[in-house]
Write a protein that binds this ligand. Structure first.
Ligand code: FES
Ligand code: FES
Length: 221
């Protein structure tokens, strides 16, 4: 059950509920990015240094690929393998643990759902290199945005997470639902969240939390 514990601690509602400032600090610290030579293990915080290292130390080898991604409004250059999914990249290269923790990893559960250009997308079935030039939004970015604080608060109030595994994906889709419908009906919420599986059975709580947050975000209550 090590994976279970790590996943629950990795985001769950606990991390979602960090203050916006804490959440932001936790999400993207560009200066922490480290590029690693896969041949000798040398690390550097500067991609240009890695390129120079290859030219001098491994002139026969191809320089590792980098992708430029815009994540939660921050542009980052990350070292990726061409076959890495966005989920893997968020976890391994960026250090975001919310939508990126390993669940089914085959497009079946919805826990890895992020927003790409504002639309829900499964990060476990999307290649990172395909995401260049697009806006990627994760649960950490939403939680760090003061405008969406009522959604965090509503998730806490209605106890919409148990183990927390599915929560980042549900939470991310919740933002999409409110943006799409304004004040969504229960039917609309259940239809939009139908691809997000919760083994703890928190479905009705998501409806309550989203409907309450929708009213608050529009200025009611
Ligand atoms: S981890 Fe992506 S759908 Fe389950
Ligand atoms: S809260 Fe446990 S899977 Fe949804």
């Amino acid at each position: 059950m090590a994976g279970f514990a790590a996943g629950a601690a990795g985001l769950g509602i606990g991390s979602i509920l960090g203050s916006p400032a804490e959440a932001h600090a936790e999400t993207l610290t560009v200066t922490d990015f480290v590029y690693t030579c896969p041949l000798c293990g040398q690390k550097t915080a500067d991609y240009d240094v890695l390129v120079k290292h290859f030219k001098e130390g491994h002139p026969e080898a191809a320089v590792p690929e980098c992708a430029t991604l815009t994540i939660n409004g921050v542009e980052v250059k990350v070292q990726v393998e061409p076959h890495w999914t966005l989920r893997e990249t968020l976890l391994k290269a960026v250090g975001l643990t919310g939508n990126a923790k390993e669940m089914c990893d085959r497009g079946a559960c919805g826990s890895c759902t992020v927003l790409i250009d504002g639309v829900p997308a499964l990060s476990c079935t999307t290649l990172a290199v395909e995401c260049q030039g697009h806006q990627i939004e994760t649960s950490e970015g939403i939680a760090a945005d003061e405008k969406w604080r009522p959604l965090v608060d509503a998730y806490a109030k209605h106890d919409a997470a148990q183990c927390g595994y599915c929560t980042p994906g549900q939470f991310t889709v919740a933002k999409y639902i409110i943006g799409k419908y304004g004040e969504p009906t229960e039917e609309q919420i259940r239809a939009e969240l139908s691809g997000n599986i919760c083994r703890c059975g928190t479905y009705s709580r998501h409806v309550q939390a989203i409907q309450e947050a929708a009213i608050a975000i529009k200025g009611g209550n």
